[in-house]
Design a protein around this ligand. Structure first.
Ligand SMILES: [Zn+2]
Length: 146
């Protein structure tokens, strides 16, 4: 849906893939999931203490839900942006596509934003930090293209 709606180029798709792969490599999901698990365990513990009973299915549900739908922290997002930029450049995709990608996202957020936008808002600070990092990864891109 995202690809069609924003008419993404290969390099822009690479920018998203790089970002998501970076989350996986840095295990950001697991971090968020264990945080959510800790919160839920504390709640369940309190529930047991007060005789409210436990529902392990609901617990599993909650944990899965947090893992899939919770937005990453700002720090994790920034890290995924920068690592993703490098991954895309090393794979031979123009890192400047990250800028056009997030500009398209910003434009799309005015109408009916793609679901990805709910956890990945486009912001001027996101674009600025990507812009600042592009010169550092350009040599990797040039080398990969050869
Ligand atoms: Zn992200």
């Amino acid at each position: 849906g995202l690809i069609d709606q924003l008419k993404l180029t290969d390099a822009e798709i690479a920018a998203i893939m790089g970002h998501e792969i970076a989350h996986a490599l840095r295990e950001h999901g697991r971090e968020a999931m264990s945080k959510a698990y800790g919160i839920e365990m504390a709640k369940q513990g309190a529930g047991a203490l007060f005789g409210l009973g436990q529902d392990s299915l609901a617990l599993a549900d909650t944990v899965a839900n947090y893992g899939m739908t919770w937005p990453n922290s700002r720090g994790n997002e920034n890290e995924a942006d920068l690592i993703g930029l490098e991954l895309a450049a090393r794979a031979g995709y123009d890192p400047n596509a990250a800028i056009t990608l997030w500009n398209k996202m910003a434009k799309a957020s005015e109408g009916a934003p793609p679901e990805f936008m709910s956890t990945h808002p486009s912001s001027s600070s996101r674009i600025a930090s990507l812009q600042a990092a592009i010169p550092k990864v350009m040599p990797l891109y040039q080398q990969a293209k050869k």
